[in-house]
Design a protein around this ligand. Structure first.
Ligand SMILES: Cc1ncc(COP(=O)(O)O)c(C=O)c1O
Length: 481
């Protein structure tokens, strides 16, 4: 069996090699906090390869990752999926070129558009009524946009979404490849796909040209770690290598890379049993929750697209309770910290490292809360049911963006900061998004509308984290003068 990066680092740390080189801690923190982590934190010294010109242990580690995911080439990323997205878009679309972008993409994709001065053609996936989440990206729409815009150089989409909605990547790839256009899939939340029949196939196997995985999100790996997979001949590999050097640090952390290496080796050796266990825990959990009468749990079969079984999506849409309130009760009373809350739902992430005990605690908490809901008065939000439903729907209906300037055009324009309430019909120079999930409600260069203002005020009133503008309180907005 090959030596793991961690073992090599540990052996080196226990040897008598003395460091007259970076990092400045010299693997010696004199007994201070975190001493052990520092022992294996080195830089690109002899025998430890170089991420940007991998020829040794890092090349072998990345080859193992590519074998596991069946890609032709895989790169370790230490700046998150963010740098993979920046590199993938930069390498496939020429400066000032056109890209088809599903609007529900993470802000990293918008940053790539800004940096490369691209022209995005947005595609708006429909919003699902019950949860208000984005549905899968419709293949026919992709076909239509590509037909109308023959100069599009790449298709970029997010699958699964933050909420677990999986698009039909195979069909999208077939559609784009008929026109020789590469498909980039932000599969940041699906690094665990493709390892078990109960979970969706991964986009590498489905033929996507580039796939980005945040291993840190759904697999046992350190925060910041991710993978970029490449397949086929529509992508210029030299350009990808170039942009990875542009967007990644020149001092990648060996601690982080040893973590990715370990994660790959766990999957190589134990994926069958670990995913079988996770699938079983989810089944047990869902079985225990079958008695819930108020809180609903989204499951495969509830929609006509694939859904990631490891996502726990709890709807309180028809309950006298908001998503925020459910998340707060789970946190404060039961010490269960969920991943995300929205007006009508709460989302949790399950992974192969979860315990049966964790699932048991969540199922019991939900059962108790659900029982208490029986005694609550309907409509805690003090509105008629119809009004409440209208508001819930409004929360997600972002509408189509009214783009006045390209993202990159506004840097040098004259700006002023005005009260948010007076921003209707002005062009924002700031992003506005809910974080999570970080999907822009407004991107720089887009017009503020009555609807968007209403939406932001509703989010603020419901205590959701509206972010982007310099003014954290979201009372002021910077606009074009
Ligand atoms: C869909 C999606 N893509 C990309 C990213 C960025 O990933 P990272 O934090 O690994 O840079 C995120 C982060 O939340 C995300 O939700």
């Amino acid at each position: 069996m090959k030596e793991s990066l961690y073992k090599k680092l540990e052996n080196y740390s226990n040897s008598d090699y003395y460091p007259f080189h970076m990092p400045g801690h010299k693997r010696n923190m004199g007994g201070r906090e975190m001493e052990e982590a520092f022992h294996i934190d080195i830089t690109e010294i002899d025998g430890f390869d170089n991420l940007h010109h991998a020829e040794g242990i890092l090349r072998d580690a990345m080859k193992s990752a590519s074998e596991l995911y069946h890609s032709e080439e895989t790169h370790f990323l230490v700046n998150g999926s963010t740098c993979g997205i920046l590199s993938a878009i930069s390498a496939t679309v020429k400066k000032h070129g056109k890209i088809l972008l599903a609007r529900n993409c993470h802000k990293a994709a918008y940053h790539a558009i800004y940096l490369r001065e691209l022209e995005p053609v947005y595609l708006y996936p429909p919003v699902q009524d019950e949860y208000g989440i984005f549905n899968a990206v419709p293949v026919e729409k992709i076909e239509d946009v590509l037909e109308k815009n023959p100069d599009i150089e790449a298709v970029f989409l997010t699958s699964p979404t933050y909420d677990g909605v999986v698009s039909d990547v195979a069909s999208i790839v077939r559609t784009a490849h008929r026109k020789k256009i590469p498909v980039i899939v932000d599969e940041a939340h699906g690094a665990h796909f493709g390892f078990h029949k109960d979970f969706p196939e991964n986009s590498v196997a489905l033929g996507a040209d580039m796939v980005i995985h945040s291993v840190h999100k759904t697999l046992p790996a350190f925060t910041q770690t991710a993978l970029l997979h490449i397949n086929g001949d529509l992508v210029d590999r030299k350009k990808i290598n170039y942009f990875l050097q542009v967007y990644q640090t020149s001092s990648p952390s060996y601690l982080l890379m040893a973590g990715i290496d370990q994660c790959i080796s766990i999957l190589q050796q134990e994926r069958d049993s670990l995913f079988e266990k996770l699938s079983g825990y989810m089944d047990e959990f869902l079985e225990k929750c079958r008695t819930l009468r108020n809180i609903k749990i989204f499951q495969q079969g509830d929609a006509d697209y694939e859904f990631d079984k490891s996502k726990i999506l709890l709807s309180v849409k028809d309950c006298p309770m908001t998503g925020h309130e459910l998340a707060q009760i789970l946190l404060n009373r039961y010490h269960l910290q969920m991943e995300m809350e929205a007006p009508t739902y709460v989302m949790g992430i399950a992974t192969i490292m979860d315990t049966q005990e964790g699932f048991r605690r969540l199922a019991e908490a939900l059962t108790e809360i659900d029982r208490e809901l029986e005694h609550r008065q309907k409509n805690p939000r003090g509105q008629s049911e119809q009004k409440q439903n209208e508001n819930d729907k409004m929360f997600y209906d972002l509408g189509e963006a009214k783009k006045i300037y390209h993202l990159y055009e506004i840097d040098d324009m004259e700006k002023e900061t005005i009260p948010l309430e007076k921003s209707v019909n002005r062009v924002s120079v700031e992003y506005i998004y809910l974080y999570p999930p970080g999907i822009p409600i407004v991107a720089p260069g887009e017009l503020m509308t009555e609807h968007i203002l209403e939406l932001i005020n509703a989010y603020k009133k419901a205590h959701y984290a509206v972010q982007g503008p310099e003014d954290y309180k979201m009372e002021k907005l910077s606009v074009i003068k």
